[in-house]
Design a protein around this ligand. Structure first.
Ligand SMILES: Nc1nc2c(ncn2[C@@H]2O[C@H](COP(=O)(O)OP(=O)(O)O)[C@@H](O)[C@H]2O)c(=O)[nH]1
Ligand SMILES: [Mg+2]
Length: 367
């Protein structure tokens, strides 16, 4: 596998899209692993400015980065989602929530896109197809935080456990540690991605391949951004006074098998499990939850009755007010008419008395 450097400008060929998330405590080797996998510096190493700020990554900051790779002649547009800051605080509830929410938000985005009448041609499906969970090479057992995060992530993503910086353990320590981790995963019933196969449906090769990969779980990984020359060949390795740990040597780590699985043999399986099973489950949960929320937000029948009585009362009150206004206006008009009438009577009386004074008969005159 080699990064595609100097891709022709204007070339429109896009690789298969794949999104990989890396989760693990600081120092488990995530950054080095990602850069080793991509053969370029995709993630920058954290610069520690002073001892005071060395532990500053308190909240998780999730940052996706995309690179173009080639695996077995197939172009892959790989998006790496790093989660720096995980497990750095005393209370990790917040960081668990942040990471799970990130996974769910990508599902929400595509759900919204699928329900649009007019599709957005620039929409980018950013669902996470696999999460590599980095376990520190302690040689003991899983920590509570490892169990909790894998348990929380598993319903939303294909979680693949890996032992970071595995060259810190001797082969026998590594073997025992792997065994212990798988026992814990089984004991706590964590549904990790275990290279599933169907004895009835799948062909012999698939079954054999998957059984072998399952047997390697959790994958031991070594990362190195440096190359050394061994027998005239440049290899990626970590050099120690007592020997060399080679990234791509299957006797030293499972790096090659892991890369081959996620970017090659199992890429499509990881994608279809994400899109057809995990996403569909989320979608169903979300839609049925929306129905329940909608029902709960509707007014209860007794409240409805109260409300309609209140509305009726209000309406009656307003009508009464209007009637009173009309009454007053009519009253005013009657008064005015009466005044006018009185005034006319007065004029008439004046006229009559004046006529009488002139001795003219009052009949025959009209006023
Ligand atoms: N022994 C050993 N050290 C490693 C390996 N990968 C990374 N490291 C070292 O471990 C430290 C933390 O690595 P980094 O990739 O920054 O871990 P992150 O905090 O999880 O991103 C650095 O000093 C690395 O050089 C490895 O495979 N083996
Ligand atoms: Mg890092």
């Amino acid at each position: 596998m080699a990064p595609i450097v100097g891709r022709r400008r204007g070339s429109k060929i896009k690789g298969i899209q794949f999104t990989l998330m890396v989760v693990g405590m600081s120092g488990t080797g995530r950054t080095t692993f990602v850069n080793t996998l991509c053969e370029q510096e995709v993630l920058a190493h954290r610069v520690i400015e002073s001892p005071d700020t060395a532990n500053m990554e308190e909240t998780v900051s999730i940052k996706p980065a995309t690179v173009e790779l080639e695996e077995d002649g197939v172009r892959i547009s790989l998006t790496i989602v790093d989660t720096p800051g995980f497990g750095n605080s005393i209370d990790n509830e917040h960081t668990f929530h942040e990471i799970v929410t990130y996974l769910e938000r990508q599902y929400d985005d595509i759900l919204a896109e699928q329900s649009r009448i007019k599709r957005n041609p620039r929409f980018r499906d950013s669902r996470v197809h696999a999460v590599l969970y980095f376990i520190a090479p302690t040689g003991h057992a899983l920590k509570e935080i490892d169990i909790e995060i894998m348990r929380r992530l598993s319903p939303r993503a294909n979680v693949i456990p890996v032992i970071g910086r595995s060259d810190s353990l001797t082969p026998s320590e590594l073997k025992a540690f792997k065994k212990r981790i798988m026992e814990d995963i089984e004991y706590y019933d964590i549904p990790i991605y275990n290279f599933p196969y169907d004895v009835e449906e799948d062909d012999e090769d698939t079954i054999e391949d998957n059984t072998e990969l399952r047997g390697l779980l959790p994958f031991s990984v070594i990362g190195s951004e440096e190359e050394v020359e061994i027998d005239g060949e440049r290899v990626r390795a970590r050099v120690y006074p007592w020997g060399i740990a080679e990234v791509d040597n299957p006797n030293h780590s499972d790096f090659v098998r892991l890369r081959g699985a996620i970017l090659g043999s199992h890429l499509n399986d990881l994608k279809s499990l994400t899109e057809d099973v995990l996403y569909e489950t989320y979608r169903t949960e979300k839609l049925s939850k929306n129905v329940i929320d909608h029902r709960q937000s509707q007014v209860a029948p007794e409240d409805m009755a109260n409300q309609s009585v209140r509305l009726k009362e209000e309406q009656l009150r307003r009508e009464e007010e209007k009637l009173r206004e009309i009454e007053l206006r009519v009253q005013r008009e009657i008064n005015e008419k009466r005044q006018q009438l009185l005034a006319k009577e007065e004029t008439l009386r004046n006229l009559e008395s004046r006529l009488a004074a002139h001795g003219t008969p009052s009949t025959g005159y009209s006023v």
